[in-house]
Write a protein that binds this ligand. Structure first.
Ligand SMILES: Cc1cc2nc3c(=O)[nH]c(=O)nc-3n(C[C@H](O)[C@H](O)[C@H](O)COP(=O)(O)O)c2cc1C
Length: 199
């Protein structure tokens, strides 16, 4: 193979739900979206935030003990991926505390690392699921705003799944083919955008 030939690598996407709940609707949804991103050619890491428990961010704790090991592991994971596929629960019309805490820890600088290294230049696709009629749409407004302010390009399209308690089969598939198609389109768009931006 000629030396100058560049072998394209698959876009790397980190997928997780902003919920630690075992039966989380957002975990079900992000699993489906992750499978769709893989089908679109992406290399997807599906993370359960329950596997990386973090203390509530406390600047005194950080000053005394530095970054917790799980925050370091989270940052390493984020640094190793170019795209984010996040399913975001809506709590009181906004972002879940778990997701905000995750973002806050990952945003903390460490010596020798550029500011907001986990976020700058990343591409994100946002989805949500809620038993309510709006599917978590109002929470996505806030997640989008936060990510935009820390250097993430958030895709304009998003998918919110209403009546989530009635939306999945016992096997965890979406019952509504139209919603499934929207998730597939968004996941493919994320994979394509990461690939294009990477050049
Ligand atoms: C503290 C709290 C606040 C909530 N606020 C909202 C809300 O504003 N809008 C909404 O659609 N659902 C709200 N819910 C319901 C969540 O959408 C529901 O618990 C959902 O299952 C959480 O996501 P998960 O299934 O991924 O854990 C709230 C739930 C909790 C516990």
């Amino acid at each position: 193979m000629p030396e100058e030939m560049i072998v394209p690598t698959a876009p790397r996407i980190l997928a997780f739900a902003g919920s630690t709940r075992a039966d989380s609707f957002n975990k079900k949804l992000v699993r489906i979206a992750a499978a769709a991103a893989r089908a679109a050619g992406a290399e997807v890491t599906l993370l359960d935030l329950r596997d990386l428990p973090l203390p509530l961010f406390d600047q005194d704790l950080e000053a005394e003990k530095g970054l917790p090991a799980n925050a370091r592991a989270l940052k390493d994971l984020m640094l190793a991926h170019q795209g984010f596929l996040w399913s975001c629960p809506e709590y009181n019309s906004s972002i879940s505390a778990v997701l905000k805490n995750t973002i806050d820890w990952a945003s903390r600088p460490v010596p020798g690392e550029p500011s907001l290294a986990c976020f700058t230049g990343k591409v994100a696709a946002l989805i949500s699921a809620s038993p309510g009629a709006l599917g978590g749409l109002r929470g996505l407004v806030h997640v989008r705003s936060i990510l935009g302010n820390i250097g993430v390009l958030v895709l304009p399209d998003q998918v919110a799944v209403p009546r989530a308690h009635e939306s999945f089969t016992p096997e965890g598939a979406l019952k509504d083919a139209a919603i499934q198609a929207k998730i597939e389109k968004l996941a493919a768009s994320l994979a394509q955008t990461v690939t294009k931006l990477r050049g």
